[in-house]
Design a protein around this ligand. Structure first.
Ligand code: SF4
Length: 501
């Protein structure tokens, strides 16, 4: 495994925090009008280098890095050499190096989830703020792709900080309106932005174009005035701080609303509270909490009555609470691109949701809605962080739940992609049998459903009419018995299993 290297700067002070060794990689899919490294654009060429060699070079300069410094991959476009960058970062991270990648977000997306969790600082080049200006500047119609990279950083597992960089060319973006647009683009990753840097355009690369016989598209454009660029940089950072402040305020208000709703529905009967607390004390969840602290935990949790149909959380909600279903059923779903509801999971007594969100501080990506009247224990983030964050029991439970969810999602994808309606219906019945089935005296399995036919369809990827028809057929075949709308008795489990084998 080898990468194509353009050059190395051993004591770089500009490309990431502290003192760094910067590996400029060869190759870039963009053609920025101001690019001062046109010789780095072709992918082939340059020196070949292995990840092991990168590590060797890093080790040689390690003593200069201090607390903050480390290794930067720049270019060209380093993400274009996804495998090489991934392998190099893996080696560097194993040895504890601080890492930085300077990118415009163009490369093979397959490597993004492997690379980005290993990056401490991402220098994100913001080329332009509209589709047209992006294309004019880079010659590539890639603005949507760029925005998708930017907004997917969290999903790719990036947990570091972002330095946003914009090269300012006079007559193009040297105005307040452009700075507002720049701030707007960065909003979705607001929490990750450490700074916005404006790099004044300069003409020192023009000579290179002449040498290699390439036309220079900004011929005649004067260098950007440094003081004006600084002024606009300060303005952009101020604007950004203000927008972040507003966002936080909104999030806090939303938080307060959520808290108020939970409090409004709080279980008030003392006897009921005592009964719930006594049940909670016996939960494994509390087993790692110091005995002296258990009362504090119970004093901080909110016991709420949630009515069937009420929302417990929605997509995009910040992770403020972990929820334990004390009694009842909750559906977790998301709306597909064509507006259909896809039920992902049904939670019931003893299940909890949101632990992973609190652990990794990620907003909810799905909706939680009560299917039946529920009693829910809401554990605030502050309580979670104080008493549960390091608990092996809680971590194990969160992992198990996450694994179950991944397994269910994989299963769902498989079913949706490869099954016909009979298979999907049989698969759904088997899933429900394992989850909520109760053996009857005559050997059947009774399913007490909290979902109507439409929701059953949404759970299995079928339309309401189709699932109704399929259940009718299974009934005709003697595999199941339908008792009203809410009870199904499975009479021939083997026959249903035959559909999904
Ligand atoms: S992204 Fe960087 S290397 Fe690529 S063309 Fe633009 S300025 Fe040059």
């Amino acid at each position: 495994m080898k990468g194509f290297l353009h050059s190395i700067e051993t004591m770089g002070l500009l490309d990431g925090p502290g003192t760094r060794t910067v590996f400029f990689l060869q190759g870039c899919p963009l053609r920025c009008a101001y690019c001062h490294n046109p010789d780095a654009i072709a992918r082939a060429g340059g020196e070949k280098i292995t990840p092991a060699r990168v590590l060797e070079i890093a080790a040689r300069y390690r003593s200069y890095y201090g607390e903050e410094g480390g290794i930067t991959f720049s270019g060209g476009e380093p993400l274009l050499q996804g495998e090489f960058v991934h392998k190099s970062l893996e080696l560097l991270k194993k040895e504890g190096y601080n890492t930085c990648v300077d990118t415009s977000g163009f490369g093979n997306p397959k490597y993004f989830p492997r690379i980005l969790p290993l990056v401490d600082t991402l220098i994100l080049d913001v080329k332009a703020f509209t589709s047209q200006s992006f294309e004019d500047l880079t010659t590539i119609a890639g603005f949507e792709r760029y925005l998708s990279f930017l907004t997917s950083l969290d999903n790719y597992g990036f947990r570091g900080q972002v330095w946003a960089r914009h090269v300012m060319v006079p007559g193009y973006t040297d105005n307040d309106q452009s700075m507002r647009e720049l701030v707007g683009i960065l909003k979705p990753i607001g929490q990750r932005i450490d700074r916005i840097e404006i790099l004044p355009y300069h003409t020192s690369g023009v000579q290179k174009y002449r040498q290699i016989g390439l036309p220079y598209r900004l011929e005649g454009v004067e260098p950007m005035d440094k003081d004006r660029a600084k002024e606009l940089e300060i303005g952009a950072n101020r604007m950004f701080a203000e927008s972040l402040h507003q966002e936080r305020k909104k999030a806090q208000e939303k938080n307060q609303d959520k808290l108020r709703i939970l409090k409004d529905r709080e279980v008030v009967s003392k006897a009921e509270q005592a009964e719930m607390f006594s049940a909670l004390r016996k939960l494994p969840l509390l087993s790692d909490v110091d005995v002296d602290d258990v009362d504090n935990v119970l004093a901080e949790v909110i016991l709420s009555n949630i009515k069937a149909g009420d929302y417990i959380f929605r997509t995009g909600d910040s992770p403020d609470f972990m929820y334990l279903i004390y009694h009842g059923q909750m559906k977790i779903f998301f709306n597909t691109i064509d507006g259909e509801e896809q039920i992902f999971y049904i939670y019931r007594d003893g299940d909890f949701v949101g632990g992973l969100n609190l652990l990794v501080n990620l907003p909810y990506r799905y909706v939680g809605q009560a299917l039946t009247d529920c009693k829910v224990v809401a554990i605030p983030k502050s309580t979670f962080d104080t008493y549960f964050y390091d608990s092996p029991v809680v971590l194990r439970s969160v992992l198990t739940k996450s694994f179950e969810r991944i397994h269910w999602a994989e299963d769902l994808i498989q079913r949706l992609a490869t099954s016909n309606a009979s298979m999907k219906t049989a698969g759904l019945l088997l899933k429900l049998a394992a989850r909520i089935g109760v053996r009857t005296e005559d050997g059947g399995i009774r399913l007490e459903l909290s979902m109507n036919r439409e929701e059953l369809g949404n759970y299995s990827g079928l339309r309401r009419e189709t699932i109704t028809r399929k259940l009718g057929q299974f009934k005709e075949l003697g595999y199941i018995e339908l008792v009203g709308n809410k009870v199904i008795i499975i009479k021939d489990l083997e026959a249903l299993e035959g559909y999904v084998l």
